[in-house]
Design a protein around this ligand. Structure first.
Ligand SMILES: C[S@@+](CC[C@H](N)C(=O)[O-])C[C@H]1O[C@@H](n2cnc3c(N)ncnc32)[C@H](O)[C@@H]1O
Length: 264
């Protein structure tokens, strides 16, 4: 069996995943082989019928398809489904939500529409410089540069998100965080900023502004081009017993607050 697996693996590599995917697509097959990471023919395929068919969740599928079609996010159905579950985990209207790193508004729009669909009226605070990365650690953040993701606009995203419970905050989060300094009961926080310095800041900031049961979803934890971000999360969870971290198959990190941080 081991030899068969080895031969299959070698053959797949030789043919090239792109070519295989092209062939699958031309045959109308809706699955494709993953290009990086783990063994592409094991957990993605094995017992696939046991996995959730997101198309059978009509409300989710409709909203996810809308934001994907709007081409305002690189999050696909899998990662959006984590956000969907995140929103539904928020226990009541009293717990605000936040997103740091909004870019062109895709994931924020998804969160807004998910709230609407499920009758949530929670406040939602949305942050970005709308001028790209403000701060990058050249040693840790690889190819990320100050100004990357600058091709967006505050006014345009505001018009796109257009919802009464939502406020947009423009600027470096290290400064704009003061706008929500007084809120201590965030139910869900989505951090999608790609780089080390601001991820570290966000985690520290929300550490005391969340309650047991609150969740923080960090996008791109498993992204090979976001190693600085991964380090920020790893350092945080290693020294912080108030959160349990789950590394999801989607590459997102899910941090669940399990108990309160005592005041210092
Ligand atoms: C990958 S994009 C976010 C993508 C978005 N969540 C989506 O729907 O796909 C990362 C964003 O983080 C923002 N960002 C990075 N550093 C920031 C900082 N210090 N303060 C505020 N926003 C920041 C960038 O401007 C960029 O728009």
């Amino acid at each position: 069996m081991k030899i068969v697996k080895k031969v299959i693996k070698k053959t797949l590599r030789k043919i090239g995943i792109d070519r295989i995917n092209k062939a699958l697509k031309s045959q109308g097959v809706k699955y494709e082989l993953a290009k990086t990471g783990a063994t592409y023919y094991t957990y993605y395929w094995r017992k696939a019928t046991k996995k959730i068919d997101l198309k059978t969740l009509p409300s989710f599928w409709e909203i996810a398809s809308m934001v994907i079609d709007d081409q305002r996010t690189s999050l696909y159905y899998d990662r959006l489904y984590t956000l969907w579950q995140g929103v539904l985990s928020v226990p009541s209207f009293d717990y605000p939500l936040a997103e740091i790193g909004t870019y062109r508004g895709g994931s924020a729009k998804f969160i807004i529409e998910t709230m609407k669909k499920n009758g949530y009226k929670n406040k939602f605070f949305v942050f970005d410089t709308f001028e790209g990365h403000a701060l990058v650690d050249q040693r840790l953040d690889g190819k990320h540069r100050v100004g990357s993701f600058g091709d967006t606009s505050y006014e345009e995203v505001k018009a796109y998100l257009n919802s009464p419970n939502v406020t947009l905050h423009k600027g470096n989060f290290l400064e704009t965080a003061q706008n929500i300094d007084h809120i201590t009961n965030f139910g869900m926080v989505h951090i999608d900023v790609d780089v080390h310095p601001v991820t570290t800041f966000c985690l520290k900031f929300f550490e005391r502004r969340t309650l047991p049961g609150s969740i923080i979803i960090v996008d791109d934890y498993g992204n090979l081009s976001c190693k600085g971000l991964k380090k920020a999360v790893d350092d945080f969870v290693q020294t912080n017993s108030h959160f349990k971290m789950f590394y999801l198959l989607t590459g997102q990190a899910l941090l669940v607050k399990v108990n309160n941080v005592e005041a210092v």
